[in-house]
Write a protein that binds this ligand. Structure first.
Ligand code: GDP
Ligand code: IMO
Ligand code: MG
Length: 443
């Protein structure tokens, strides 16, 4: 299993692509098209939002599990885009039980953010939170519902009903904002997004287009495991964005931690042998919320530029900072991590001495070696750093630990030592071959 060990965008797509070669099936188990997973292969760039990053292996079963929230229009666009790039998507499977993102979910996501104003979460505005909220309220609409006109219409009607008043209030809010000269993008096509008839027709068409891919993906996992073959679970987002364990409320609305894979794919916990946490050699975060090691100075900008830290999904600049070992140890614990894959080590070349946060200090003097459970402490935590020597050599061509500068090797040793898990793979560039295997997986 592959999970994000930080705030997302750690390079999960690239590692999934690498490990998928050895796996017999790949499955996404949570999140939706808030994810953006980039893979660079032979100089060509592929971006995935919903389709598992294993799809580049022709015919390999790649499933979107029941725990994912799925925007069918986006998925169809992604399928067409990949076909256009010459990718064989015949291995794609979509869980019949996955919940759908509906047009009104996007509307509610935007409206929620506008209501929060300066306190916004900085969501991707893809309707993720409202879709999961409807799922929990038992007002969700599932992939299988798109195959039955009567059921689809009834379910959309039931989902719209309790929201009518909210939509009316939104209409008033939109008019007021427009009068005040505030940007109302995302609210403008309000009527079309709550039109029962148009929506039913649109989603029936999607159902028709996606029908060949719809399957019982939990059973498919079981069948694969039953013949002693390997399933690779591809996480989205990251541990610090977890709905339960992240920096709530500045989190996503699903559980990116390893435990959620059992629910989101429909397998038992004993089927998980290895959990790899993917972490960058530094930290990034996109969207609002606490980020203790954030660098708001020139150095932060240097990391942002050297790392090309721009969100794949929203195009927003990612906030950058030093590696946070307090948060990373927390992620190791929460995910039962068996190894780390450390990406983007190349980005640290030439940035000078490297700092790592080893503990937090609260303004009242209290010191935290472990990630504090109290939210206000996280918000005011000051990182305490250890400084280690940096390296100036570009390392994009290195393919073994021995080829790395000594300071880079020492940095890797320090991370393994302080987290208690081995570093199994090191990323030295975006390309598929720009890796150093230090401990190949047992698959
Ligand atoms: P994901 O969401 O976890 O899959 O990560 P993203 O794809 O959103 O962001 C990671 C970015 O870093 C992508 O643009 C990758 O191509 C790139 N990347 C992955 N590994 C490395 C690496 O080792 N070095 C560098 N320089 N870039 C990398
Ligand atoms: P991948 O899979 C980084 C962030 C958003 C926002 C918060 C909530 O590419 O690592 P949401 O739209 O989910 O309700 O937004 O979560 N976020 C991500 N940040 N990588 C992601 O995915 C993210 N998916 C959501 O920026 O702060
Ligand atoms: Mg990403």
């Amino acid at each position: 299993m592959i999970v994000g060990a930080q705030w997302g965008d750690e390079g999960k797509g690239k590692v999934t692509d690498l490990l998928a070669e050895r796996a017999d099936m790949v499955i996404r188990f949570q999140g939706g098209n808030n994810a953006g997973h980039t893979i660079v292969r032979d100089g060509e760039t592929f971006k995935f939002h919903l389709i598992p990053s294993g799809i580049l292996y022709p015919g390999k079963p790649c499933a979107i599990g029941n725990g994912v929230v799925l925007d069918p229009g986006v998925l169809i666009g992604e399928i067409e885009g990949l076909k256009g790039q010459g990718v064989d998507v015949s291995g794609l499977k979509i869980s019949a039980n996955a919940h759908l993102i509906m047009p009104y979910h996007l509307l509610l996501d935007t409206a929620g953010e506008l209501r929060l104003g300066k306190l916004e979460i900085g969501t991707t505005r893809r309707g993720i939170g409202p879709a999961y909220a409807d799922k929990a309220s038992r007002l969700g609409i599932r992939v299988q519902d798109m195959l039955d006109p009567k059921i689809l219409r009834q379910k959309i009607m039931a989902a719209l009903e309790p929201k009518r008043q909210i939509f009316q209030e939104l209409e008033v809010q939109r008019k007021r904002m427009r009068d005040e000269g505030v940007d109302t993008a995302g609210l403008d096509d309000l009527d079309a997004r709550v039109d029962l008839h148009a929506m039913t027709e649109e989603y029936l068409t999607y159902g028709h287009q996606l029908e060949p891919y719809i399957a019982d993906t939990s059973r498919l996992c079981w069948e694969t495991l039953d013949r002693n073959a390997t399933v690779l679970f591809e996480g989205a987002q990251g541990t610090m964005l977890d709905l339960d364990h992240g920096t709530y409320p500045f989190v996503t609305s699903s559980n990116p931690v390893a435990g959620a894979a059992c629910v989101g794919a429909g397998v038992g916990p004993k089927d998980i042998d290895e959990v790899w946490g993917i972490a960058k050699a530094y930290s990034t975060r996109v969207g609002a919320g606490p980020f203790p090691t954030e660098l708001t100075d020139d150095l932060g900008e240097l990391l942002q530029q050297r790392g090309g830290e721009v969100g794949t999904t929203t195009g927003r600049s990612r906030r950058c900072g030093w590696l946070d070992l307090v948060a990373l140890r927390y992620a190791v614990r929460l995910n039962g991590m068996t190894a780390l894959a450390l990406t983007k080590l190349d980005v640290l070349a030439g940035v000078g001495p490297i700092k790592v946060c080893t503990r937090y200090r609260h303004p009242d003097g209290a010191v935290f070696d472990d990630f504090p459970y109290h939210q206000s402490i996280i918000h005011s935590a000051e990182p305490e750093y250890e400084e280690v020597p940096g390296f100036d050599e570009e390392i994009g061509e290195c393919r073994s630990l021995e080829e790395l500068p000594l300071a880079a090797r020492d940095y890797l040793d320090l991370i393994a030592d302080r987290t208690g898990v081995p570093v199994a793979l090191v990323g030295v560039g975006p390309g598929r071959d720009q890796i150093i295997w230090t401990r190949p997986p047992a698959i």
